[in-house]
Design a protein. Sequence first.
Length: 552
Amino acid sequence: MSGNVEYIPLERMNSSEQTKKIKINPSRWKTPEFYFYYVLFIICIPLMIRGPVKFSSPKNVNYSKYENLLSEGWMFGRKADVSDAQTRTFRSFAFVLLIVLITHVTISRIIQAIPSKAKSVQYRKIYSLVFSSIFLGVLYGTSLIKILFLLSVNYFIAKRFGKTKLNPILTWVLNISLLFLNDYYKGYNFGSIWSALSFLDKFKGLMPRWDINYNYCVLRSISFNMDYYWCLKNKEESKDIESKIVEDDGSKDYRARVKDSLLEKDYNFLNYLIYILYVPLFLAGPIITFNDFIYQINHKTSLSIKKTVIYAIRFVAVVLLFEWTLHFIYVNAIIRKRAYENFSPFDYCMLAYWSLINVWLKLLIIWRFFRLWGLCDNIDTVENMNRCMTNNYSMAGFWRAWHTSYNKWNIRYIYIPLGGNKSPILNNAVVFSFVAIWHDISLKLLEWSWLIILFLIPETVCTNFISKKINHLSYYRYLKSFAAALNIILMIGANMVGYVIGLDGATEIFGEIFGIRHILYWIFMLFCLMVGTQIMFEIREEEKRRGIYKKY
């Protein structure tokens, strides 16, 4: 994988740091304990696939209740469950997006091949802005005028208030306000602003709701203003910082590209628009900072073709896997129609589990498609979803591995400026509140964020205080796996509330699973989750033994 995963090579640490930070345990893969776990896996995993396939069968008593939500499929004579709007939209436009990708990258690569670096960079910037304007003009029609106006207001704040505290204050006030205003007015009509402009409302492009995707512009707008603010502050504190930047040979790693300021002259309106309107990352990310993006453009970054091709092959494999789940496991349609008749506790568990797998695969494909587009254009971005959804037991770790690029954005622009780990619970509360309103101004997402904040409290306390006092115990690993298993249940519940069915639906499903009459089942389920967490622990130990420490 060519993503910017948080790896720390062990050889970069001295011996004392390794002793303190990285304790490497002997392998348990070939112990009797783990052989028992393998047997359990061999039995349970096929059942976890067979169960949802069985209750998604046309022969199932509930099939007629949700059949109208299914569409004609192309695999093995099965219908496909594309009842999820985001899945349906992406599948509908996938071929068109592929043609646009090929066209965009072909011309861009020709321009990048110009021998003169200065001309190549200059022409590439102009081409990128022209292509973005045409693409977004077709997509949003005259609404592109609204987007450019709002972006110009944000740019004015950055340039007008520079290194004063009013820059970050007004930047945050403006962009958070836009999240609410865009949602409330549903993108604003020209006619409601001034009746003479009402004719412009007739040309809204292929996607009239431009305001939905503007949420990504909010993140990029904040990134530009804050990076510019820190550039000016750094310049004030270090007069020779620009001479250091001029000598840079273009070989900075990800962390340096994000942290180090560019030349002050790079924070101009042309670069600002190129960055925010960049087509491959405009619709869904992954999120990249202004410093990182312009650095790669200015230094004419050239990525490995081999790695990009391998990444594309893996992307196709994931698409085929997702298509299989859409054709054989109809969890979205079942949940929408609440077609649960005759479901056993195990069926409810698989319904909850596979509904989140469905969300995970959907977002994985969307994010990797646009990241692949960026890689083909020699722009490297952070890889989202660096772990399989099933390979998570920590709430904080799950979030870092799920929407990794957004997590890094939140750490840089919210968490650290607020004080970072000095007040982790309070700062996480602020972060997840912003995450909720950024995703959607809805009760379901707010409930999700509040649950995440609530569930993070015991995890934070256990991680930072309790575990340090008991991690010397011989049975500590089993206590940890028990806590981790409970954490997984909480994570599934919280994410079902936010991304699948809401609080009432999640309560209904979990009520069926954890009813007192099913006590033996959910005790067994908890045991199986504990076994799963033991495997996860060992995977992380194996990563250390291979010479790297993955921070989640």
